[in-house]
Design a protein around this ligand. Structure first.
Ligand code: AN0
Ligand code: CP
Length: 311
């Protein structure tokens, strides 16, 4: 693997999932692989899981880890040719090259603006790091994708499924804040690459990017969509068409124990209780959110391992 910015960077998905499960059984097997190698993690936004699980994964492989909350550093300029006489102090051209002097791998978290669709879709933060850094780049959730989360979700479903082709439902939920489409996007792309029967359900108008959903089943009737589901993945996203807007807060879309039926409940976390999903679901044995969070370590570890093997 050369970079991990989208799930398209995975060359053999089923082998990678198997490898992650082996790492989970024996996390310290490759502790010499990362010796004298440094992971630099850059955070433009908050994180609990990504930050801790990726650091843990790197340390399991013997790497050193340095973390920079980028808002504590100089304000970065991404435009080419700008006269930098206003708010930005340092250009990405220098910053990415400088960080590459200290890092063997750079991981970046940079959420979308949710205001400027074209700018967000250009993935200008992630792509400029990739353009100017001289080391591999890992996406720790960008404007449009969260491939480490999707990998952890794929591992979780592979471990827990009792069927060859489980029915997986991605169900939109209400949320008081405008959230990115990134988690949903990467989850859909990942499910399209796995042997699962995927249905996406959301209120009319909440369609994700059709270049991502492609020919996946979309059912606007949540109850009908959830019928016979084996895994229900709940996630809010703000509107993609009327970009970044909240058009519905309809609490009827919240996941409940009654709607879940016998399915396993999945969510990337953090989750707002009794807004996105009721307590009775999260506090039941059907919730696998903690297993998902645990698998974030082995998702990051398999990615770091494949990158280190290629350095
Ligand atoms: C973020 C999102 O929805 O993309 C991060 C999830 C991993 N969620 C929030 O900001 C609540
Ligand atoms: N699921 C996830 O990425 O969580 P954090 O935002 O806490 O990293």
């Amino acid at each position: 693997m050369k970079n991990y910015t989208t799930i398209k960077d995975i060359s053999n998905l089923s082998e990678t999932i198997k490898e992650a499960i082996l790492l989970k059984m024996n996390p310290f097997e490759f502790q010499d692989l990362g010796k004298n190698k440094t992971l630099v993690m850059l955070f433009f936004n908050s994180s609990l899981r990504t930050r801790l699980s990726t650091e843990k994964a790197a340390k399991n492989l013997g790497m050193d880890v340095m973390i920079l909350n980028i808002n504590d550093a100089w304000n970065l300029e991404f435009e080419d040719g700008t006269v930098m006489n206003v708010n930005t102090s340092e250009h990405i051209k220098e910053a990415a090259q400088v960080i590459s002097q200290y890092a063997d791998i750079i991981a970046v978290r940079a959420f979308p603006t949710l205001e400027d669709k074209a700018k967000d879709e250009s993935e200008y933060v992630l792509n400029n790091f990739q353009k100017y850094a001289s080391v591999p780049i890992i996406n720790m959730e960008s404007a449009t994708a969260h491939p480490l989360q999707a990998m952890a979700d794929a591992i979780t479903i592979s471990e827990l499924t009792e069927k060859k082709t489980p029915k997986v439902v991605l169900s939109w939920a209400p949320h008081p804040k405008a959230l990115p489409q990134a988690v949903a996007n990467s989850f859909v792309e990942m499910m399209q690459d796995l042997d699962v029967d995927l249905t996406i359900t959301h209120p009319k108008g909440y369609e994700l990017n059709p270049e991502i959903t492609r020919n996946s089943t979309i059912n606007y009737d949540q109850e009908d969509a959830l019928k016979d589901a084996d895994f229900v993945y709940v996630k809010n996203w703000s509107n993609y068409n009327d970009y970044g807007k909240i058009l519905s807060q309809d609490e009827n879309w919240m996941m409940t124990k009654a709607k879940l039926g016998k399915a396993k409940f999945m969510h990337c976390l953090p989750v707002r209780r009794n807004v996105v999903v009721e307590d009775a679901v999260l506090d039941s044995g059907q919730s696998v959110v903690i297993e998902q969070a645990n698998n974030r370590t082995f998702a990051a570890q398999v990615v770091l391992k494949q990158l280190l093997e290629n350095i």
